[in-house]
Design a binder for this molecule. Structure first.
Ligand code: HEM
Length: 160
């Protein structure tokens, strides 16, 4: 059955008077405002919450440095490739977190083909990322979100 909203309004108005309508309108208004605020908060990408490109570049640089000086990972990475790695990882994190970047490196499975990365090495690299995020005091929520993104790449990195 179709209900005419204006007819309903006038019926309510007639039955209850304006005094009763005002709280209903106020409640509706507050609900709409709340919904808009929640929707707007949801639009804040992880990229924005991490502090944008400059903050990501700083964290990635620290992350790569921790790996380079790691007694196990440091031996696996080519030291001449450090700057490229920083660039590609920054692009990758920027892109994957909703930033306006294009990843120009090789696909993860191709980059790690023949590298035979072990579970332990992956865990070690993830721990070095946590260290870098902690050094820059990235909050738990954003840290967990980024770690989930990195964890989702595991199959393309380990055992290739
Ligand atoms: C934790 C997730 C990881 C991510 C997101 C990641 C990402 C990357 C990226 C973006 C590149 C550059 C691709 C290119 O040159 O086009 C790369 C290369 C490479 N990665 Fe990973 N990686 C991860 C874990 C690991 C682990 C655990 C190892 C094991 C030690 C590893 C070893 C390498 C090696 C050997 C290269 C070739 C470049 C070089 O020798 O410097 N990666 N990785």
């Amino acid at each position: 059955m179709l209900v005419c909203p204006m007819c309903l309004f006038y019926k309510i108005k007639k039955a209850s008077g304006m005094k009763k309508i005002i709280p209903i309108i106020a409640t509706l208004f507050i609900s709409v405002l709340t919904a808009l605020t929640v929707a707007q908060a949801g639009q804040n990408t992880l990229f924005d919450r991490l502090g944008g490109k400059a903050a990501i570049t700083a964290v990635v640089s620290q992350f790569v440095d921790y790996n380079s000086s790691d007694k196990i990972i440091g031996k696996r990475w080519n030291p001449d490739n450090t700057e490229n790695l920083k660039l590609y990882l920054t692009e990758l994190v920027c892109n994957a977190t909703g930033g306006d970047c294009i990843y120009t490196g090789q696909p993860m499975d191709v980059a790690h083909a023949g590298v035979n990365v072990t579970e332990d090495e992956f865990t070690r690299v993830a721990a070095n990322l946590v260290r870098a995020l902690d050094k820059f005091k990235v909050p738990e929520k954003e840290k967990d979100e980024l770690l989930s993104i990195i964890a989702s790449l595991k199959d393309q990195v380990v055992g290739r």
